[in-house]
Design a protein around this ligand. Sequence first.
Ligand code: FAD
Length: 462
Amino acid sequence: MKEISCKLLVIGAGPGGYVCAIRAGQLGVDTVIVEAGKPGGTCLNVGCIPSKALIHAAEEFEKVAHMAGGKSPLGISVTAPVLDLARTIAWKDGIVSRLNGGVAGLLKKAGVKTVHGWARFRDGKTVEVETETGSQVIRAETIVIATGSAPVELLPFGGPVISSTEALALSEVPKRLAVVGGGYIGLELGMAFAKMGAKVTVVEALPRVLAQYDAELTRPVVKRLAALGVEVMTGAKAKGLSTKGDALLVETSDGKSGKVAADKILVTVGRKPVTEGWGLEQIDLDRAGKFIRIDDQCRTSMRGVFAIGDVTGEPMLAHRAMAQGEMVAEIVAGHKRSWDKRSIPAVCFTDPELVTAGLSPEEAKALGEIKIGLFPFAANGRAMTKLAEDGFVRVVARADNHLVLGIQAVGQGVSELSAAFGLALEIGARLEDIAGTIHAHPTQGEGFQEAALKALGHALHI
Ligand code: FAD
């Protein structure tokens, strides 16, 4: 059996693992990364990137279909568009494959050795990898677990029941799509399929979709779901599949049984950490529920073993995994590092998009007196020119010293404002800093400045 040794071994080349390995390589740490699938992990292969490609294609299709219906106020009319989903998927696959090559190239450039195969722990310093050419043993001073997450299988996957992974590879738009779970993945994909012509029904057990956000923030998304003809059943639980496999069986909150006719049933009820089937029990790490417990520096309960990304719990976001990966690499290289998770933004790429960073108004209120400024895009010139008037930016700050605690926005294209929101929190901005920053006109970003002005009591455009 072939054996190699290294200073750092990273298991999993998702955004957490590959960023960790690249940074460690840049710092001269002798690094090996093991990946069972393709570089880029869930995010690049079956998550962030493919879903955003599909969402974009669906948006374009719906825009043109809207124009073809003679409904565009822009004075543009076209003939009815035709969607060839198989070509859309091939285009998406092309982007994924370019980026797979990009990640592999960056690892190589940083001097990282990549081993392809499934890793299994032997002990806290040794891993065995099943490669195509046989087993390989890797000994490392430090190991980083970055094995990510997998979809929760509320109903057994197979036949009409699919996860987000299969939904991103369909070659035809299902006529009727039932989406189980009204979280961000379910709504992003459900809305995209609705735009492409599917009759979509969302089945959500909680009383609201996107229930982790406040109702004011999600209202424009709920309105748009209705406009797209998406039926939303809240307080309803998925119970199984009809005998013929052509309907989802549901139980409503009043205990009644019902059926949702469906050609495909997309289950998006959350993701679970990948902690089984690869010998993790050999090293018996402390857990936080199903996730690996970590401290502020991503150290696990075993010396020399770190864990990063989805395998360590919420928020399961690619940029959180990357930030953890970069920090751990620097710690391994001997740097003093810590990180502040308060400023991690989260984006739902629904229509309209939704961004949050820092504390919600409710969370902030629990800490003391606050000021809130909300600026609606209906009063923003740029939003009007883009038919994007539905939505707003909301800034939450301490009442005494005006320190910004949280920022939320909902509206078309607001994902691009997430960088400004994250920066404001990271640098500890006060309302006056945002209000005093000259924002280019006409941009939706002006909504951020105006929301801060509003919180200070002197908004200019409302
Ligand atoms: P992963 O990306 O899951 O990577 C883990 C890797 O480890 C995998 O490649 C796996 O093959 C490998 N692996 C596991 N076990 C072993 C083993 N024993 N040996 C070898 N290799 C192993 N996040 C966002 O921030 N923005 C978004 O827009 C977004 N959209 C999403 C859309 C969808 C449909 C989904 C499913 C997820 C989305 N996410 C999004 C979440 C994001 O994909 C994850 O948070 C991110 O991928 C986590 O990165 P990670 O490095 O922890 O793990």
